[in-house]
Design a binder for this molecule. Structure first.
Ligand SMILES: [Zn+2]
Length: 538
């Protein structure tokens, strides 16, 4: 029967006959072409031992299910040294060992599962004449989930929530190839560190400003450059401006620390930095002067008390080498100041609770160290509650045209918007804000400079910007500048490198959609299978 040729489950199968099955589908009887290679010793065997039948689900035909009934030769291995007595011919070209359907059906099933999820895929497949349960679809899909084939060099790390503000997972994105590389079940320094250790090829890590991923990157991928997220930096600046603008006409907008405290702290920081810089410049000048008198390095060393090698190094430069900023380390609770202050505002105030929370984020210091920081805040708050240090409340600033007070949120958004992008209405508000609030004018000029730095992709003016921001004496701006300083290298990279975490955030949105479409019942393995790009491995 010539029509038999059209029923081909694969090149190695000779079709013998096709029959209707009792259920209305088709059964294709075929014989697998003999190959006779023993899987253990690899030698060829001609001795037939018997036959074995295998049933495989194949592409449907005419709306009916198709089952391939395959006769497979069983052979006896003739090699005397081989431990195997008998073996069946392999059918790798058609199906995996132990599979119940042909590979080509398996591929369709996992494609549909990847795109649509278990239940919808089950319905579609049923309609196409492939009766399978949703469990089978998901099992097939999980089997096909693999990590990225190419090793990633530029990655973005972000978190996503299993249950909002309760449990979190981690998503890792290849920023160059724009694909998800992995989904981690939790948001944990150890898990992330281990993942990074398994990927020593990573060169750049873009992460949000949550200390946890920074910590994991330091431990797991010390070779990689860290990049802070530009979007979040700008957002934090906007929030700082908003906080400052809250002072206008808001009785409740008291700062967490009394402003006096904040300013004192900032002032001393600034002074110490300036002092340090001056003294370095003086030393540098002295060394060069002594050199000009013709003294040797060792002689200069004896006179100034510096090691000879440092002097030799310094003499190579025209100006003092820029000292690497002393970045705060995760052993200091100040490293987590931003997070702590947020939790403090939300009412978590016991040392032990906060200790646990920052430990989860990578804090390596002691609880008593944290308590000292908190004690400062408690003191500041008690002082704040005394009537004599009453907060001054400024008059709200009104839009001259409408007479409405301009809200701090609007003011902050306008503050960071370049003039070229303002509508006439907005420009009018900005002018009113500048006239009514010297703080706004200062912050606007800072914000415009910051925009300029971000746009120019040159981080050189950033240290000066940080100094000037600290000099403003506006508590929220000072705090913002201090956080920038703390994360200086990552911020610098964010300005100078093209990478940002925007993609990771986009993928988090996709993940949320998938998670909801599966009614929140998907486990990590399934989420991972559906988030990772689909790659069939045959
Ligand atoms: Zn053998």
């Amino acid at each position: 029967m010539s029509s038999k040729k059209h029923w081909s489950p694969g090149s190695d199968v000779a079709v013998q006959s096709v029959e209707r099955s009792e259920s209305g589908g088709w059964i294709v009887f075929g014989v697998l072409a003999p190959n006779g290679i023993c899987p253990d010793c690899g030698l060829h065997s001609r001795r037939r031992h018997g036959w074995r039948r295998r049933r495989l689900q194949d592409y449907p035909a005419h709306g009916g299910e198709v089952t391939v009934d395959l006769a497979i030769c069983r052979r006896r291995c003739q090699a005397s040294a081989c431990p195997r007595r008998t073996f069946s011919d392999q059918i790798a070209s058609i199906a995996h060992p132990f599979a119940r359907r042909t590979s080509r059906v398996g591929e369709i099933v996992s494609h549909l599962g990847h795109a649509a999820g278990g239940r919808p895929a089950e319905r579609l497949l049923h309609r196409l004449g492939l009766g399978l349960s949703d469990d089978t679809v998901l099992r097939q899909l999980k089997r096909c989930a693999h990590g990225a084939a190419e090793s990633p060099t530029v990655i973005g790390i972000d978190d996503w929530s299993w249950r909002k503000s309760q449990t979190y997972g981690t998503i890792i994105v290849d920023l160059e190839r724009r694909v998800v590389i992995d989904i981690l079940e939790d948001r944990d320094v150890v898990t992330c560190t281990n993942w990074l250790k398994r990927h020593p090829e990573v060169e750049v890590i873009s992460r949000d400003r949550c200390g946890l991923y920074a910590q994991a990157a330091r431990q797991g991928a010390p070779q990689a450059k860290q990049v802070a997220d530009r979007f979040h930096i700008v957002q934090n600046l906007r929030q700082a401006i908003e906080e400052q603008m809250n002072l206008h006409g808001r009785a409740t907008g008291r700062a967490l620390l009394s402003d006096a405290d904040n300013l004192a702290a900032a002032g001393s920081l600034l002074k110490s930095r300036l002092a340090h810089r001056t003294s370095r410049e003086e030393i540098f000048a002295t060394i060069h002067a002594l050199r000009n008198q013709g003294l040797s390095c060792s002689e200069i060393g004896r006179r100034t008390g510096f090691p000879r090698r440092s002097i030799a190094k310094w003499l190579q430069f025209e100006t003092p080498p820029d000292r690497r900023r002393a970045a705060l380390k995760p052993t200091s609770p100040w490293y987590f100041e931003e997070f702590l202050s947020q939790s403090w505002k939300e009412g978590t105030r016991t040392g032990s609770a906060l200790f646990r929370l920052i430990q989860e984020r990578g804090y390596e210091g002691s609880q008593s160290h944290l308590q000292r920081l908190l004690a400062g805040w408690r003191r500041a708050e008690q002082q704040g509650s005394r009537p004599k240090v009453e907060h001054k409340i400024l008059k709200p600033i009104r839009d001259p045209e409408t007479g409405h007070a301009i809200s701090p949120v609007i003011a902050a958004a306008l503050c960071i918007k370049p003039r070229g992008k303002l509508t006439p209405d907005q420009a009018r508000k900005v002018d009113a804000l500048k006239a009514g609030s010297p703080a706004f004018a200062t912050m606007r000029s800072l914000a415009m400079r910051f925009n300029g730095i971000l746009r120019s992709r040159q981080a050189d003016p950033l240290p000066a910007w940080i100094d000037n921001a600290i000099e403003t004496d506006l508590a929220p701006i000072v705090r913002f500048a201090r956080t920038l300083n703390r994360d200086f290298d990552a911020v610098k990279n964010a300005i100078e490198m093209p990478w940002s975490n925007g993609q990771a955030e986009g993928q988090v949105n996709r993940l949320k959609t998938l998670k909801r479409a599966m009614y929140g019942r998907a486990g990590p393995e399934l989420l991972r299978a559906r988030m990772l790009p689909f790659r069939h491995t045959d």
